[in-house]
Design a protein around this ligand. Sequence first.
Ligand SMILES: Cc1cc2nc3c(=O)[nH]c(=O)nc-3n(C[C@H](O)[C@H](O)[C@H](O)COP(=O)(O)O)c2cc1C
Length: 304
Amino acid sequence: MTPDLTIEIAGIKFRNPILTASGTCGYGEELADIYDLSVLGGIVTKSITVKPREGHPPPRTAETASGMLNAIGLANVGVDKFIEEKLKFLEKYDTKVIVNVAGARVQEYVDICVRLADCPRADMVELNFSCPNVDEGMEIARDPSLAEKAVASVKRVFPRPVIAKLSPNVTDVALIARGCEAGGADALSLINTLVGMAVDIESFRPRLTNNTGGLSGPAIKPVALAMVNKVYKAVKIPLIGIGGITSYQDVVEFMLCGASAVQVGTALFVEPNAPVKIIKDLKKFLIKRRLSKVTDLIGQLREY
Ligand SMILES: Cc1cc2nc3c(=O)[nH]c(=O)nc-3n(C[C@H](O)[C@H](O)[C@H](O)COP(=O)(O)O)c2cc1C
């Protein structure tokens, strides 16, 4: 028996539930030197903004216990060059392309998604609400009504599915999730990084020029699982789990908590091949457990 690894999100069929996470493999070019990107369920690009951005000066990453801190500052090529060069490169692969979009205001998300609407190989967009996005005096990631407005505005201009990516740096992630669902989000991905800090005791300086950064890697997995579990009970739309995934066991945990798919991020810096190994091992696990399809795992957590 070969288990069925396919999953479907908003009518889009993925060959397996393993995607790469935004910002951890650029636009796929370097990963493509290591393995055929067509083995992946999907690839999520680095956040794209209206204009190209240099990002913060180095150092902009720092290693921490079981994880890393980053403050890249949304360095990216901008939407024009992305469409001309990067999307053209990704089009060659038989995998789903999810374009991650970031902006300082709702209108910037709309402007980028208007451009991507005409690119059929931008299979989905993922809205990164976790940046220093200030609109109407409030970060989009932290205000359910602003998140609703942002998703609804993008839905009006982008004809394919829209994913809203949730920040863990909020009081109640379920409230933001419901706002995004009310705005018409087709799926939610969670979590982005947690705000953190690391200090160099020789120079008395923070280890990042931005002073604070986003914590990722295995250190954040328990937080991510608890949030996926909470949001799964709060909304009806599918979830994509993110946070510290390095093995098939992690994927099974996220799916039991309610994720339909997952994204692998920081693990790619340690082992770029991790997704390939995870896909193989996940298949073996399903065979061992006599499960005919991976979707049988979704939301099957037996809570106390
Ligand atoms: C170096 C780095 C850059 C990132 N850049 C982005 C980004 O541009 N947009 C975004 O939505 N998330 C970005 N993320 C967050 C990841 O996509 C992911 O949500 C987070 O790292 C948690 O997953 P992980 O623990 O598997 O890395 C970045 C993470 C890292 C480590």
